[in-house]
Design a protein around this ligand. Structure first.
Ligand SMILES: [Mg+2]
Ligand SMILES: [Zn+2]
Length: 176
């Protein structure tokens, strides 16, 4: 671990950093950052955390989104968050592809852990969907559910995990 570092916070993208869309975010002009998300990222980084985004992007596998556009959208997210994101781990597959990287699969978490060497049990994964919570639990990370995106619906299924209203509420708690 780097000196002065408190470790890593893992973040889902859609519904946590940016506003979730039922039809998937496939166009840059549809990108809308969640209120407070940029400030949250700034607080977390100031608090010594490095941010890794762990995201399913099945729209790629469906053919609705090409990798170039995905990169453009992710670059815009990074810019909105003022460069606070250290790295991205992306699954482009469909559920039916049977890959191990699509959450609740844990391959993306494994790849992130191998690359950055964090201790899963000391690492929060901020998420809005059940498949994120499942991936976090399977990999031994600490799930932090937020009530944005799919979070309110997900909350009912996981009565025993920690919940915050949104990313900025979580950041104020973790890195005040
Ligand atoms: Mg999500
Ligand atoms: Zn995959």
């Amino acid at each position: 671990m780097l000196e002065g570092s408190n470790g890593f916070v893992l973040l889902d993208r859609d519904g946590v950093i940016n506003v979730d869309r039922p039809d998937s975010l496939t166009r840059l002009e549809d990108l809308a950052i969640q209120p407070g998300a940029a400030e949250a990222a700034e607080m977390l980084v100031a608090g010594g955390y490095s941010l890794l985004v762990i995201t399913n992007q099945a729209a790629v596998g469906r053919g609705d989104l090409d990798l170039g556009t995905l990169e453009t959208i992710n670059a815009a997210v990074e810019k909105e968050l003022d460069g606070a994101i250290t790295d991205w781990f992306i699954c482009p597959h469909l559920s039916d592809d049977g890959c191990e990287c699509r959450k609740p699969g844990t391959l993306l978490l494994e790849q992130a852990q191998k690359k950055y060497g964090f201790d899963p049990s000391a690492t929060w994964f901020v998420a809005d969907a059940g498949r994120d919570v499942e991936a976090a639990l399977r990999f031994g990370c600490r799930p932090a559910l937020v009530r944005t995106g799919k979070g309110r619906a997900t909350e009912k299924d996981y009565p025993n995990i920690d919940v915050w209203d949104d990313l900025i509420s979580f950041a104020r708690w973790l890195a005040p």
